[in-house]
Design a binder for this molecule. Sequence first.
Ligand SMILES: Nc1ncnc2c1ncn2[C@@H]1O[C@H](COP(=O)(O)OP(=O)(O)OP(=O)(O)O)[C@@H](O)[C@H]1O
Ligand SMILES: [Mg+2]
Length: 239
Amino acid sequence: MEEVIRLENVVKIYRTGGVVTYGLRGVNLVVYRGEFIAIMGPSGSGKSTLLNIVGLLDRPTKGRVLICGEDVSRMSSKKLAYFRNRKIGFVFQHFNLINRLTVLENIELPLVARGMPRKYRIELAKKALIMAGGDLSWLPKRPNQLSGGQQQRVAIARAIVGSPEIILADEPTGNLDRASAKIVMQTFLKLNRAGNTIVMVTHDPEVANCTQKIYVIRDGKIVAVEEPDPSRCVIETVK
Ligand SMILES: Nc1ncnc2c1ncn2[C@@H]1O[C@H](COP(=O)(O)OP(=O)(O)OP(=O)(O)O)[C@@H](O)[C@H]1O
Ligand SMILES: [Mg+2]
């Protein structure tokens, strides 16, 4: 099996005003192509820190990070930006959409950064929104004219519009009701079946149980790997 993510003894130390905080205390993790994994753990245990490092939004203090076999610390800033744009799609708990742009413009953003002509951008944005369980009538609207569940589907469309092979999601259902959480998880499962590798942070057992493997993180370290129970996945439990 092909490794798409490898973390070797990754340590993250935050230094703010003389105060030292450990985000991660030596994490080892390998994710293979096509896997769908969940990361669970208490608040402050390092879940977002881990995801941000994998997503190239932050750098480790110590240790090695490989994405698609390439050592991130050896990449130029140009290559890092390329990897962020092409290889990784990020979904956040608070959607992180831009309200002064339309839904269409939000979804197109990763393609604008690539210099893709408008005609193709619109085509791909529509395809992504449908894949994410959204509706094309949302395209001219502003994100804040949509419900939370709808906004998250737009955010997922933005994350997948450029066909990244890795999708990272930090509490993607954290602000959603059960019905919306179910729709969002159906989308992630569909993306996984289509070949995407997915790493999802969640504190919701009914979300974690939809994945293939649950890593438990505590105090900056992975302390257990658990087998999910698919009969307790939100898709099965919410009618
Ligand atoms: N930018 C930062 N500066 C200083 N400390 C930070 C920073 N980001 C995170 N930390 C600290 O690192 C530790 C891990 O934080 P992290 O955000 O990764 O936790 P989490 O597991 O995502 O928690 P939650 O479930 O509340 O989102 C915490 O002690 C946190 O206070
Ligand atoms: Mg977090």
